[in-house]
Design a protein around this ligand. Structure first.
Ligand code: ATP
Ligand code: MG
Length: 281
């Protein structure tokens, strides 16, 4: 079967039901609202007049061909880029212009399409960096001088080890990050993002470069995290994963919204099939 045919089969035969139970209804604003958002890079409209909302406790996926603007959208939402126009509201509050670490401290964490591991640090220290986003930055230099803070750090280390076990990295707790295989590093990034105890987790291609077994394990991990009430926004090219795991899908093309809805609705949308699968032939 060709790549396109496989992807088409995955899109038209979504798993019968999402294994993630629907979240309880929450009052209040959506956890994320994107309003008329645009980002231009010297004439390239990477994101153009894009609006959508993300409701709490669900798995939302964003799909689209290479260059559709998915990573740019993540960078706009997480404060890496400033929008050319429009705005982003996190938990009802406008956040455009806030630094990524401030957003992380408010409960927004992410992983990166291109791994951003600190290879000069051990695996567990990488996870603890995520945890430290919770501590007052002014206290960090003092961390190793005061016994009470050292104790706090020891707690952070224990929590980081626990998180590593939860994401299936128990055997790497004492490892140097530079010695870890690629699949484990993808999980390490997820563990670091979880260390900040996010309410919203953005995953940019967590299964890219992984084999089928590793991809299934990531799929399970995402469901586990979502099952604990963390809202997930997933960017992923693995259509089988996307169709099986998502409560809601937003399809982008050339920075614009092509379609959105349930996996079945988006998979049946002829514009999505044409735009997305056309690129795979
Ligand atoms: N920092 C930048 N400077 C200039 N152009 C950029 C920059 N970042 C992204 N772009 C352009 O914006 C468009 C969207 O890129 P983006 O990386 O967001 O796509 P994507 O959907 O994540 O693609 P992929 O599936 O390949 O990861 C592309 O045309 C890209 O070349
Ligand atoms: Mg990308």
């Amino acid at each position: 079967m060709s790549t396109a045919a496989r992807a088409r089969a995955a899109m038209t035969e979504p798993d019968a039901a999402s294994p993630v139970p629907p979240a309880a209804a929450h009052a209040g604003p959506p956890i994320l609202a994107v309003e008329a958002l645009s980002k231009e890079f010297g004439g390239v409209h990477a994101i153009e007049d894009l609006s959508f909302t993300v409701s709490r406790g669900r798995i939302h996926s964003i799909i689209g061909p290479n260059g559709a603007g998915k990573t740019t959208l993540f960078n706009l939402v997480t404060g890496v880029y400033t929008p050319s126009a429009g705005r982003v509201l996190f938990d009802g509050q406008p956040v455009s212009g806030l630094a990524p670490y401030k957003l992380a401290a408010r409960g927004m964490s992410r992983t990166f399409q291109n791994l951003q591991i600190f290879f000069n640090m051990s695996a567990i220290e990488n996870v603890m960096v995520g945890r430290h986003l919770h501590l007052d930055r002014r206290l960090l230099p003092a961390l190793f001088r005061f016994p009470s803070l050292v104790r706090k750090d020891r707690e952070a280390k224990e929590r980081a080890a626990e998180l590593m076990r939860e994401v299936g990295l128990g055997r790497y707790i004492d490892a140097e990050s530079a010695a870890m295989p690629y699949g484990a590093l993808k999980r390490l990034e997820i563990a670091r993002a979880l260390a900040a105890e996010p309410v919203l987790l953005l995953l940019d291609e967590p299964a890219a470069g992984l084999n089928a077994t590793e991809s299934r394990e990531i799929d399970e991990l995402i469901k586990l995290v979502a099952g604990r009430g963390v809202t997930i926004i997933l960017v992923e090219h693995d259509m089988k994963m996307v169709m099986g795991i998502s409560d809601h899908i937003l399809a982008l093309n050339y920075g614009r919204k092509l379609a959105e809805g349930t996996p079945a609705e988006v998979a049946a949308n002829p514009d999505v099939v044409a735009a997305y699968l056309g690129t795979l032939d």
